[in-house]
Design a protein around this ligand. Structure first.
Ligand SMILES: Nc1ncnc2c1ncn2[C@@H]1O[C@H](COP(=O)(O)OP(=O)(O)O)[C@@H](O)[C@H]1O
Ligand SMILES: [Mg+2]
Length: 366
């Protein structure tokens, strides 16, 4: 079993290139943890610190209770799978998978046994005599996984392993990696910039930006209860709508902008009352806005500017006094057409309020 712990880790590549800033992270035994964030935010650096391919500038790394901060990669027994999985073109699958073990002078029979068992696990038992050139992209990716599995790692690290595959194959491989995780029962850390991939695969997601984890939680937690504007905007597709609003000081339980008024839950109204901020941002997800062809309670009439049919879902945009708001509804639920009258409302229990100065979700402000 391996619990991975990062304690106050800092990584600087130069005095002014401070990539990881005092980060703490604990990955549980047998957990599938996904590190997600925009390109260049330090995901690979963080993974490399866990692998030992980069050493920290400051801070400590633990595998279980053993400090490995200065332990070289080989002794950490981690396996790493990258986006480019350079297989040796002149070797067949069997040789590719067993190569590292052969270099380690492992017993031949043991190599054969391990390669066979990994190949069966990955469903490539029939391909052992083929060369990489005779394999599809997905099969090559499986060989790359197999090459790591045969080493019986205690930790599996993935750095955007599916980025080179086409959309269909990517979705299929996602499923296979998850299945593999359940079978191997080892701690795994998976890096991606794709929040959909993160949401669909993770036990927990750690969202990295500006050198810090913005939030660490299950997919449901980060979707339902985002800590701040960054997480709210990064997780979820289509993206959450944000509108600058002001509190109605008189009643304290509504927010307004232009001619529009939005009711708040008691819980939110109470929090705002105690918040130091005056600048507020309202957030609402496109799938939470209610739309009907006839007026409903607290609804306002809008003109639909764009209607996109996306199969099961229909995406609609409308203008709300200079703000373009996106709305997503199950197709057929209300057959929206451009130019038709439509009435929308923002259900109060689906409204998020953020402090514009600190970007924090008001509900979780200290
Ligand atoms: N070896 C290095 N030397 C200098 N800067 C680096 C090095 N590796 C990464 N960086 C910088 O650190 C930042 C984070 O990089 P990286 O961890 O690769 O981001 P991500 O994987 O999230 O795209 C980037 O700005 C990158 O340019
Ligand atoms: Mg990277």
């Amino acid at each position: 079993m391996v619990v991975i712990k990062l304690e106050k880790v800092n990584k600087k590549f130069a005095p002014d290139v401070h990539v990881l800033k005092d980060i703490d992270l604990e990955i549980k035994d047998k957990e599938f943890m996904v590190l997600v964030g925009p390109s260049g935010c330090g995901k690979s650096t963080c993974l490399n610190v866990i692998a030992g391919l980069e050493y920290v500038t400051d801070g400590r790394v633990f595998f279980d209770d053993v400090e490995v901060t200065h332990v070289p990669p080989k002794e950490r027994r981690v396996a790493m799978v990258f986006q480019s999985y350079a297989l040796y073109p002149h070797m067949n699958v069997r040789e590719n998978m067993g190569f590292a073990l052969k270099i380690d002078k492992m017993d031949k029979e043991e190599i054969t046994r391990r390669v066979k068992s990994a190949a069966e696990l990955l469903g490539i038992g029939e391909l052992l005599d083929r060369k990489p050139g005779e394999l599809s992209g997905g099969q090559r990716q499986r060989v790359a996984l197999g090459r790591s599995i045969v080493r019986n790692p205690t930790v599996f690290l993935f750095d955007e392993p599916l980025s080179n595959l086409d959309a269909k194959l990517r979705i299929q491989m996602r499923g296979e990696i998850i299945k593999l995780q359940k079978q191997l029962k080892i701690t795994q850390v998976y890096v991606t910039h794709d929040q959909v991939e993160a949401m669909s695969m993770a036990d927990r997601i750690a969202i990295l930006n500006d050198g810090k984890f913005q939030q660490i939680g299950t997919p449901t937690e980060v979707y339902n209860t985002p800590n701040n504007l960054f997480v709210a905007g990064f997780i979820g597709s289509p993206t959450m709508n944000f509108i600058d609003v002001r509190l109605n000081e008189r009643t304290g339980d509504t927010v307004e902008f232009a001619d529009f008024t939005f009711e708040l839950t008691n819980q939110l109204a109470e929090k705002i009352k105690n918040s130091p901020s005056t600048q507020l941002v309202l957030g609402i997800r496109p799938e939470h806005i209610k739309i009907t062809p006839e007026p409903h309670e607290k609804s306002f009439e809008v003109d639909l500017s764009v209607v996109e049919y996306l199969g099961p879902e229909t995406l609609v945009r409308f203008e709300l006094s200079e703000n373009i708001v996106a709305l997503a509804a199950p197709t057929g639920y209300y057959p929206v057409k451009m130019g038709e009258k439509s009435f929308v409302s923002f259900p109060k229990e689906k409204i998020y309020i953020f402090n514009k100065d600190t970007t924090q979700n008001i509900l979780y402000e200290a």
